[in-house]
Design a protein around this ligand. Structure first.
Ligand code: GMT
Length: 377
């Protein structure tokens, strides 16, 4: 390996797949001997126990009385420059264009250009924020000024180009899961708590935002349950939660659906499921479907965004147009009723997670990008 690097990582530390991927990447790079400096407003929630080569620098927002809105972005940019100078960082790898890539660019100016920046686009920075006229130029600037840009799916690259009208090279770097954490866990006792023998277990995990179409999850489940006795486990919390609770009650499904709230040990929880439901309106990648895949759980989902790049239709799951809950339910029943088909899908899930989305492979891809921007062969 070329020399170990000193890397600053900034992400949204408290929630979301982007925070998970950024944190897991930092941990894996640290294991490979790189020095990782997280520069965030709070400790990334997946950081876990103490690990050699990992440092955390908290961004404190200056609440000076003239500020009507405390300027987090400026505090972050200053902190990035300060950490980069003190720790002699080689580069800043930021997750999300806004505000992180802009802050990295500002930090670079403060350092007279003496640092490289890599930006990873995760989705909503483009699919939602770039629709806002007031932010579009800022996002375009953030992308143009990065020394390298990566995106988590081909679909996101396409959408970035279309929405922002840019030709900057964007590397396709898929998300990954750590195979030492995500594998089929022993879960018989846990499963017995939620389902009778012979019942199927369907699961949905999300932040319960409208884009996840959790209402469709309930609809698919109701249709499946009418054919095969099943249980639905809902993991996560968010703005749609009470609406969904009401929907479950109005369908008389309370004794079939369990709300598990937020869960830390996703690999353990997912292992309980026979199927994951991911009917999102938009999903640039859909990390939870990869987490499920690595635990041997096929996904029934929507043909949205990057999901078809992750879930191989007819091999590791089935996909239907957004909102087509009837077709999704038919696929679910077909898969759950055919033992040998299910066994094939399960094997294919494990194989695909181990190969295409393997942590070693994706981490090495990021390293290649770092060395390239630094001009180190
Ligand atoms: O909207 C979310 O689900 C959260 C968001 C985030 O900040 O983590 O997720 C985005 O990034 C994830 C990690 O790359 C992707 O797996 C999600 O598909 C993406 N969300 C959307 O595109 C809606």
């Amino acid at each position: 390996m070329a020399r170990p690097l000193k890397i600053g990582i900034t992400c949204y530390p408290t929630l979301g797949g982007s925070g998970v991927v950024a944190t897991e990447l930092g941990k894996l790079l640290a294991e490979k001997g790189h020095e990782i400096h997280f520069i965030t407003h709070s400790i990334p929630f997946r950081l876990g126990k103490f690990q050699r080569n990992i440092y955390y620098h908290e961004v404190e927002v200056n609440n000076y009385y003239v500020f009507r809105y405390p300027p987090y972005d400026l505090s972050l940019a200053s902190k990035m420059a300060q950490v980069a100078r003190m720790q002699k960082l080689d580069l800043l790898h930021v997750h999300y264009a806004v505000p992180h890539a802009i802050c990295a660019w500002l930090a670079k100016q403060m350092l007279d250009g003496g640092i490289k920046t890599v930006t990873t686009l995760h989705g909503t920075d483009i699919t939602v924020l770039a629709q806002d006229e007031s932010l579009r130029d800022l996002i375009r600037l953030a992308i143009h000024q990065s020394d390298a840009v990566t995106a988590v799916s081909r679909d996101l690259i396409r959408e970035t180009r279309e929405r922002l009208d840019i030709e900057t090279p964007i590397n396709l770097t898929y998300n990954f899961v750590d195979k030492r954490v995500y594998y089929p866990r022993e879960c018989r006792a846990l499963r017995d708590e939620y389902a009778e023998p012979g019942e199927k277990v369907l699961m949905h995990i999300s932040n319960f935002r409208p884009v996840k179409r959790v209402g469709d999850v309930i609809d698919v489940f109701a249709r499946v349950n009418a054919k095969l006795p099943s249980r639905l486990l809902l993991v996560g919390e968010g703005p749609e939660l009470s609406k969904i609770q009401w929907q479950v009650e109005s369908l008389g499904l309370e004794d079939r659906v369990t709300f598990l709230g937020k869960q830390d040990d996703v690999a353990q929880v997912i292992s309980v499921a026979d199927l994951l439901l991911l009917p999102s309106e938009k999903e640039s990648f859909g990390l939870v479907a990869l987490e499920a895949m690595a635990c041997g759980v096929p996904t029934i989902g929507s043909l949205a965004g990057g999901i078809p790049e992750l879930v191989a239709h007819g091999t590791t799951g089935f996909l239907a147009p957004v909102g087509d809950t009837k077709r999704m339910a038919e696929y679910a029943v077909q898969l759950l009723s055919d033992e040998s088909m299910y066994a094939r899908f399960r094997e294919a899930c494990l194989e695909r997670a181990r190969t295409t989305f393997c942590n070693d492979r994706i981490t090495a891809e990021y390293e290649r990008i770092y060395y390239r921007v630094l001009g180190i062969e």
